[in-house]
Design a protein around this ligand. Sequence first.
Ligand code: HEM
Length: 139
Amino acid sequence: MFAGEDIVKREINTREDVSLLVHTFYGKIRKDEVLGPIFNGVIKDWDNHLEKMVDFWESNLLYVRKYFGNPMLSHISADRKTNYGIESKHFGLWLNLWYQTLDDYFEGSTAQLARDRARMMSTNLFLAIFRSRPKEVYS
Ligand code: HEM
């Protein structure tokens, strides 16, 4: 978003709203200096990933049953693929872009839920990554 651009904020009520959130957010992730190379290194099929992430957030925020994956295992595997390179600072940067996207485009209670859920998940995901590392790596 550019300064002065007039965006009418919307509530998150439909899959289309979730899709706007997810696509805008991953647009930022892919361009981010620090996060971009990690995501682009692991994810080979972005269309598939984005579809999956829309399912994930639609399931989380709008209470439909579309996502059946296991985020803990996916992140443990992504950490291995990046040579145990995912750190708590990456979760901080991730959350910052998530909040920025929500602040710029959305309003209302479901947008707040999206902030709160992501914050809780980030702690759980990082802990899962950390605990599954071999002792000699840990860090
Ligand atoms: C609260 C923060 C985060 C949430 C809610 C989240 C959520 C998710 C979900 C639901 C998936 C799909 C899992 C599946 O395959 O079913 C995923 C995949 C992935 N996430 Fe995250 N994530 C978060 C933070 C991060 C961070 C900080 C990184 C790395 C720096 C990261 C890297 C990845 C990668 C590389 C994949 C793709 C894994 C693969 O396809 O093999 N995520 N994430």
